[in-house]
Design a protein around this ligand. Structure first.
Ligand SMILES: [Zn+2]
Length: 267
């Protein structure tokens, strides 16, 4: 309980609730009445968003990439990220500001190499050396077609807006934290080409977990030539053995921007 980040959580709760109620108010009231009807002085960045989805492209050169918001990574799941469920409402809010919305799903066969259970005598969170390098062994998670692999139910508004859902980690012999390149650093998922064909030049990443799949996706997006921002308060970390600090060091060195939800919504 004490490991949560209270400042971030507290700073998020108000704007999100205000944003959602502000949008609801705007639907039924003349626009000039809305600011006075809600809280005066509330500098809510989301109020500038259109009330309904529009037919025109929103931020056509940007993509919003929400990583691995699946049941197994949520509290109670097989590989739970603490407080992972806290990001879902902000992810839905962020997704409403983009037309290029892409989701990922970790999607492993039951005999996947990353599962400790597939290596006799090995335990979850140990590491072992595989042909492509060092691999952390995980509890069995996100098995193809299982309830744990499904996208979190609260994510429905984002799922509805998604242009694509990228599944990764299908190869039994290679893990894939990244949405772009598998853990062998060679095999591509095709996402970079897809985004380029859409005319995307900037990628906003968020989701679970900051220090693994989100960070690796951000680094590979950068390596593929995109401008990249990681939305820190729309992500949550596993943070084992200093992994979060190490990830941020790499992200900074690669030129990945660290941004917050409000900043993204301001455009
Ligand atoms: Zn996995």
């Amino acid at each position: 309980m004490l490991t949560r980040r209270p400042l971030l959580a507290a700073s998020l709760a108000v704007p999100v609730i205000a944003a959602l109620s502000g949008r609801a108010l705007a639907q039924g009231a003349p626009s000039e009445a809305t600011p006075g009807a809600s809280s005066p002085g509330n500098a809510n960045p989301a109020q500038a968003l259109p009330v309904e989805e529009t037919s025109s492209m929103q931020r056509p050169a940007d993509a919003f990439l929400a990583i691995d918001l699946q049941n197994d990574f949520m509290p109670g799941g097989a590989l739970a990220v603490a407080h992972g469920d806290e990001v879902v409402s902000v992810v839905n809010l962020l997704a409403s500001a983009f037309s290029n919305v892409v989701l990922t799903q970790d999607w492993h066969p039951a005999d996947h190499v990353s599962f400790a259970a597939n290596h006799p005598g090995r335990k979850p969170f140990e590491t072992m050396t595989l042909p492509y390098g060092e691999q952390t062994l995980w509890p069995v998670h996100c098995v193809q077609g299982s309830p744990g692999a499904e996208l979190y139910a609260g994510l429905k508004p984002t799922i509805k807006r998604a242009r694509a859902i990228v599944r990764k980690g299908q190869n039994p012999a290679i893990d894939s934290y990244s949405a772009f390149v598998e853990a062998d650093h060679k095999t591509k998922t095709g996402l970079a080409g897809y985004l380029r064909e859409l005319g995307v030049t900037r990628v906003y990443c968020c989701g679970l977990a900051t220090d693994y799949c989100v960070a690796w996706s951000a680094l590979d997006a950068r390596a593929a030539g995109f401008e990249v921002a990681l939305i820190d308060d729309a992500s949550r970390a596993i943070d084992r053995n200093g992994s979060l600090a190490a990830a941020w060091q790499q992200l900074r060195a690669a030129g990945v921007m660290r941004v917050g939800v409000e900043e993204v919504l301001r455009g």
